[in-house]
Design a protein around this ligand. Structure first.
Ligand code: GDP
Length: 295
């Protein structure tokens, strides 16, 4: 797993620091170089890597450790803090405030959207919410059956009609249907098959106007590396409400790239997909993520 590799490389750099007998400028520079190399190998944007490591180096060279902490401990703390900041600082959990809370998911076909919708439904169900899913993907009739197959074992209902061609109509009817059933959360899954993002965003806007979601969630494939930046940006410009799920962070060589690229847009990443199974979804918390990465 690529992120594991990044974690190992960062760990090696920090262990080298822990083992060194003195912490002088040369040691710090060497550690910073190792961190740089690890991040670049994980496909993190070079400019961002340079910025980040410059800050780490400056702080490590200039700051005095707080009382009770050694120089080494302090440098490790700096690396931890700066990496966390780099990935967005605070966790922004998905909030279910109103009943029903309506969520709209968008994303390019193949991004892992359908799987993520099923995972999210299961995640919320495990937390005690009654969830209804609406499939408004009129481009791919199979989407409805795929979603149904994923969540049926858990008794989660899917509203859809593979014959229907009006995505907005389906979305609206689905929301009405689940409102009448008294569910806590309604997730509307929109189509992902559009040649260009413009068509996708246009449909998102139309559905959005029809169902007035509390939050639009964009699903981005974590294997596309730094291109994730532009996708996230286009989406962020199209809608003020929005959060992001970055998928496939289990298998990609570019996981670090996608994650940091999305974080750089300032759009909150709320979940990451870490596998193909329905339980392979994790709430994204930069602090916890970096702690785990550094071991
Ligand atoms: P959609 O076209 O965006 O709806 O994409 P799908 O949900 O059908 O997913 C496309 C492929 O990606 C499927 O084979 C999924 O099993 C796979 N996939 C989705 N999320 C993840 C993930 O987090 N990790 C891995 N390894 N595979 C994923």
């Amino acid at each position: 797993m690529a992120l594991e590799k990044l974690g190992k490389a960062l760990n090696t750099a920090l262990r080298k620091l822990a083992r060194s007998s003195t912490v002088d400028e040369a040691t710090i520079k060497e550690v910073v170089r190792d961190i740089q190399r690890a991040l670049i190998q994980a496909d993190v944007n070079v400019r961002l890597v340079l910025q980040l490591t410059k800050t780490i180096e400056k702080r490590a060279l200039e700051e005095e450790p707080p009382a009770g902490a050694s120089k080494k401990e302090h440098i490790i703390q700096i690396v931890y803090e700066e990496l966390t900041k780099f990935l967005g600082t605070e966790a922004k959990p998905l909030e279910i405030k109103e009943r029903p809370t309506i969520l709209l998911t968008v994303g390019i076909q193949g991004s892992g959207k359908t799987t993520s919708v099923a995972k999210l439904a299961r995640h919320l169900q495990k937390r005690g919410y009654k969830v209804g899913l609406v499939c408004s993907d009129t481009w791919r009739p199979g989407a409805y059956y795929q979603l149904k197959q994923l969540v049926e074992p858990f008794g989660i209902e899917v509203f859809g009609d593979p014959e229907e061609k009006g995505a907005v109509k389906l979305a609206r009817e689905g929301v009405e249907y689940f409102k009448s059933k008294g569910v806590d959360v309604i997730i509307v899954d929109s189509a992902g098959r559009h040649k260009e993002e413009k068509g996708l965003i246009e449909e998102m806007k139309q559905i959005s106007e029809a169902i007035k979601p509390h939050e639009v969630i964009l699903v981005i494939d974590g294997t596309i590396g730094q291109q994730a930046h532009n996708q996230a940006l286009a989406f962020k410009e199209a809608t003020p409400i929005g959060s992001i799920i970055v998928t496939k962070l289990d298998g990609s060589a570019k996981g670090g790239g996608a994650l940091s690229a999305v974080a750089a847009t300032g759009a909150p990443i709320k979940f990451i997909g870490v596998g193909e199974r329905i339980d392979d979804l994790e709430p994204f918390d930069p602090k916890r993520f970096v702690s785990r990465l550094l071991g």
